[in-house]
Design a protein around this ligand. Structure first.
Ligand SMILES: NC(=O)c1ccc[n+]([C@@H]2O[C@H](COP(=O)([O-])OP(=O)(O)OC[C@H]3O[C@@H](n4cnc5c(N)ncnc54)[C@H](O)[C@@H]3O)[C@@H](O)[C@H]2O)c1
Length: 252
């Protein structure tokens, strides 16, 4: 049977990269989807891809930094589908590359805002709805940068370690309901975010390949498959984990 049959799900950052790949997999597995992104065109394109494949989705332009917009995203999903079974809080940015003493407050505020605070905001409104239903599953996007050092990305590392912390805390708070809350920790994955960095410094592709024992970058679909499983009833006894999907990076 399909892993997410008839589940109502929302995905932030669903207009590109990992979020889009996860959306297509959720739809393949039977979920109905709200695709949220700051980039309305990207979100609409994801919806069109899902519809062409025979799935059901609608798009919401949403800045995950804005509490009213996040509250409205959850409300729209519930109006459309009657409930919220799964949420993938995935919208994020990479930030500038600089050592700690050279990094800027502007970069810190932007990265910690979008990559950390927004995840808390999303969970706040999603959990309020899931408590009414007495069930739900949430996956937050952390990173291998949330499990170890991330030279040249202090704000990103702090934000992603923070995502692991808030995932564990909320998971324990709501375990008995049960609302399951987990994080996925991708290795370097071939998405527009990473391709933009490689376009500026082409030598980075080789570096990224070498740091993963599998000798290659991840594909967005490989992250999406793990997220779909974490959101599904097949993972019914899994909560509070940061799951690396990283070609062996964290095994070294
Ligand atoms: N690609 C990687 O190597 C990698 C590795 C580990 C973790 N991640 C994380 O995965 C997530 C997805 O990244 P990606 O690589 O798919 O990047 P991406 O740039 O392809 O997609 C990110 C999406 O988030 C959206 N977004 C950004 N700010 C937003 C905001 N304020 N409100 C709503 N949407 C917003 C963007 O418009 C974009 O569509 C991020 O949290 C990122 O930190 C990526």
């Amino acid at each position: 049977m399909a892993l997410l049959k008839d589940k109502a799900a929302l995905i932030t950052g669903g207009g590109s990269g990992i979020g889009r790949a996860a959306a297509l997999i959720f739809a393949r597995e039977g979920a109905k989807l709200a695709i949220a992104d700051l980039n309305a065109n990207g979100a609409q394109e994801t919806v069109s891809m899902i519809e062409r494949a025979g799935g059901q989705a609608f798009c919401v332009q949403c800045d995950v930094l804005k509490p009213a917009a996040v509250e409205d995203l959850v409300a729209q999903t519930v109006r459309r589908f009657g409930r919220l079974d799964c949420a993938f809080n995935n919208a994020g940015i990479g930030g500038d590359l600089a050592r700690t003493a050279d990094s800027t407050e502007e970069c810190w505020d932007a990265v910690v805002g979008i990559d950390l605070k927004s995840v808390w905001l999303c969970m706040k409104y999603e959990i309020a709805q899931m408590l009414k239903q007495k069930s739900g599953a949430i996956v937050n996007t952390a990173s291998i940068a949330g499990l170890g050092a991330n030279p040249l990305g202090i704000a990103y590392s702090a934000a992603k370690h923070g995502v692991v912390g808030l995932t564990r805390t909320a998971a324990v708070e709501y375990a008995k309901i049960p609302i399951r809350i987990n994080a996925v920790c991708p290795g370097v994955t071939e998405t527009p975010m990473v391709e933009a960095g490689i376009a500026k410094r082409p030598q980075m592709r080789r570096v990224f390949q070498k740091i993963h024992p599998m000798g290659r970058l991840g594909r967005p679909e490989e992250i999406g498959e793990a997220v779909a499983w974490l959101c599904s009833d097949a993972a019914s006894f899994v909560t509070g984990i940061p799951l690396p999907v990283d070609g062996g990076f964290t095994a070294i």
